[in-house]
Design a binder for this molecule. Structure first.
Ligand SMILES: NC(=O)c1ccc[n+]([C@@H]2O[C@H](COP(=O)([O-])OP(=O)(O)OC[C@H]3O[C@@H](n4cnc5c(N)ncnc54)[C@H](O)[C@@H]3O)[C@@H](O)[C@H]2O)c1
Length: 357
């Protein structure tokens, strides 16, 4: 039977007549309090427009951690209690990838909006089904592509949109470290969603084809992979993901016709450096007279906002729900990433055969 399990409901949501100045909190239930879940709970609970009503984890130890950090917060090992609760408007699914579809589907079927971790689902068919279900029930899905809310990515987005970089040539990312080896997904599904979501957001074109190579060495799952994505207009993306690297690297090169950029996410202060460097080719009158000129101008580091990305993303989720906006990192954005990952798996199995999207 349905019941309230947390705070009293006072929200006008989702009724009409919502007044932003006096808006009531969006009430969240969070499923999964392992590695990433505490960040989700902290950011939604500290948000002005939302409160976490209850947390679910199947492991008692994790529930003990919730109780320790949030005395008085409702905890349960049975996610169905969250789904049945009238005083929960939205569910955050922060569990392993293979559980996302079932939990998100159950949440939508129970009338809850869904904030779901990356990657959205294990297959594109599952993602399509969830998108259709959410549309039918007039509910929202947001996929946690956290990096889109970092100061660095937001700044790079501005630099592309205002024409600073000029037409894009490439996006080339190195995202490597030692571990954490996952047991349910390969390194592509673990690490590449970050870059794929960033590329789709920055390049704003539909990717056309994928090539992936990689190898497995330890637990039967590919632990090092190289992924190439072809976009229209000769824009090429490349991602190097690796769980067996002796050092952690988070470095992305973005080449544009007018400027080039290095984003080192491990830098504390100057995360982004813009280089006024480039190459121009001017053809002479005769066919053999090709003049190559290199431009090597200044380098500068633009200011990058240092606010925690999840804090901004949680606020955006609340805004989208309470003000009935479609998030740009919605189910479709999540589906696009899953499609690229599926194509990458296909290509991997065929030792780097090109797979059209
Ligand atoms: N956005 C990011 O930057 C980011 C970073 C890390 C992880 N993630 C994503 O977050 C998700 C979780 O990753 P993690 O590293 O926290 O995993 P984890 O294994 O550390 O934690 C998952 C938790 O979910 C619980 N759980 C699983 N199934 C459950 C169920 N049916 N009911 C209740 N509890 C259940 C487990 O007991 C566990 O405590 C993954 O999808 C991962 O890709 C995202």
């Amino acid at each position: 039977m349905s019941k309230d399990i947390g705070v009293e409901s006072s929200a006008t949501f989702p009724d009409e007549g919502y007044a932003p100045a006096k808006r009531a909190a969006l009430r969240m239930g969070v499923i999964g309090y392992g590695y990433w879940g505490p960040n989700i709970v902290r950011n939604f609970h500290s948000q002005e427009g939302s409160t976490v009503v209850a947390v679910c984890d199947s492991r008692p130890k994790e529930l003990g951690r919730v109780r320790h950090s949030y005395p008085g917060m409702v905890v349960t090992s049975d996610y169905r209690e969250l789904l049945a609760a009238h005083d929960i408007d939205a569910i955050a699914v922060v569990t392993p990838v293979w559980t996302h579809y079932d939990l998100a589907k159950a949440a939508l079927e129970n009338g809850k909006h869904v904030f779901v971790e990356k990657p959205f689902t294990c297959t594109s068919a599952q993602a399509e089904e969830l998108i259709e279900l959410a549309e039918r029930r007039k509910l929202k899905i947001m996929v946690d592509h956290t990096f889109l809310f970092t100061g660095a990515v937001r700044r790079i987005h501005e630099l592309i949109n205002d024409g600073t970089l000029g037409n894009l040539y490439y996006y080339d990312s190195t995202r490597v470290n030692l571990g954490l080896l996952q047991h349910d997904v390969n390194v592509l599904w673990d690490l590449a969603p970050h870059d794929l979501s960033i590329m789709n957001y920055l390049i704003q074109e539909k990717p056309q084809a994928v090539v992936a190579t990689g190898e497995q060495h330890l637990n039967g799952l590919v632990d090092i992979a190289f992924l190439t994505i072809y976009y229209p207009d000769n824009i090429i993306g490349h991602v190097n993901v690796n769980w067996l690297s002796p050092v952690k690297m988070r470095t992305t090169l973005i080449g544009g016709e007018r400027k080039m950029l290095v984003w080192n996410d491990l830098e504390a202060d100057e995360k982004i450096k813009i280089y006024d460097k480039g190459v121009a080719i001017n053809s002479g009158e005769a066919r053999y007279q090709t003049l190559v000129s290199y431009r090597t101008g200044d380098m500068w580091a633009p200011r990058v906002e240092q606010v925690e990305a999840l804090q901004i993303e949680a606020g955006y989720f609340v805004d989208c729900i309470l003000n009935d906006k479609t998030p740009f990192n919605d189910g479709i954005a999540g589906l696009n990433v899953v499609r690229m990952l599926e194509a990458a798996d296909q290509s991997l199995q065929q030792k780097g055969k090109i797979v059209q999207l």
